[in-house]
Ligand binder design. Structure first.
Ligand SMILES: *[C@@H]1O[C@H](CO)[C@@H](O)[C@H](O)[C@H]1NC(C)=O
Length: 240
């Protein structure tokens, strides 16, 4: 008896917090009020970073990723069992949207620290690379630009909900990035030296290549979270 009451209470709590008027960490904004949207979104970031299971939102800091691979410019690269840390520190630089609403554009920056296991073969900027072992990609400032289509659909709760559609993005490492790959050429220091020089000097260019599958995964995780959230929360609770 006690148990079922407790369960009922919990359930009520979840329903109230998920479907009640207030989403505590969201300040409602008018769709045309860019400054308000920016501030509200910035304020919501820690909540999203920690995860919001009641809205189906997974934690974003850290993000654990199983595996991504890249085959490009003569390079074959795989990152496995890696962890991306830093998204709780996202800073929103700008928000832009049209009136409909049909799209929203965001500019963000955040630090990222990625650690895991890599496997590489082929060449990197025309220098041979070969290796398997631990890696780290760490930078204090990665800039991300995202444009996402937003439409309004009828939810199963009979309310209007936002829906995220197609999206595009670009990114750029703005500050010196540590690209640390252990055990290059099976630990052969002489063979590894040229590639270590490239990793140190050409980080900006290399990030365009290396970070591509990582950033793609990260952006899809963020998108999935936002999608789950707006599916659970009617648009009337998000905008005035
Ligand atoms: C790597 O960076 C160095 C120093 O900035 C530059 O001189 C060199 O041309 C770069 N190498 C490649 C292959 O882009």
């Amino acid at each position: 008896m006690f148990k079922s009451q407790c369960l009922l209470l919990c359930l009520c709590y979840v329903i109230i917090s998920a479907y009640g008027n207030a989403v505590p960490f969201i300040d409602k904004c008018e769709w045309k009020d860019q400054a308000c949207i920016k501030k509200s979104a910035q304020k919501a970031i820690p909540s999203f970073a920690n995860g919001l299971p009641e809205y189906g939102v997974k934690a974003l800091d850290p993000i654990n990723i199983n595996k991504v691979s890249l085959e490009e410019s003569g390079l074959s690269l795989t990152f496995e069992e890696f962890k991306v840390v830093g998204l709780s520190k996202v800073k929103i630089l700008s928000v832009d949207r049209d009136e409909a609403p049909t799209y929203i554009k965001l500019e963000l920056e955040c630090p990222i620290d990625v650690t895991g296991t890599y496997t590489a073969s082929g060449q990197l900027l025309f220098v041979p690379i070969e290796g398997h072992g631990p890696f780290q990609v760490k930078t204090n400032n990665i800039y991300i630009w995202v444009k996402a289509a937003v439409s309004t659909v009828d939810g199963s709760d009979g309310e209007k909900h936002w829906k995220i559609g197609k999206f595009e993005y670009t990114y750029e490492a703005k500050t010196k990035t540590l690209l640390d790959f252990k055990n290059l050429f099976n630990g052969d220091k002489n063979k590894a030296a040229p590639i270590e020089k490239i990793l140190d000097e050409n980080w900006s260019e290399l990030m365009k290549l290396f970070a591509k599958p990582i950033i793609s995964k990260v952006i899809h995780e963020i998108k999935d979270d936002i999608q789950s959230f707006v599916k659970a929360v009617p648009s009337k609770d998000l905008e005035v």
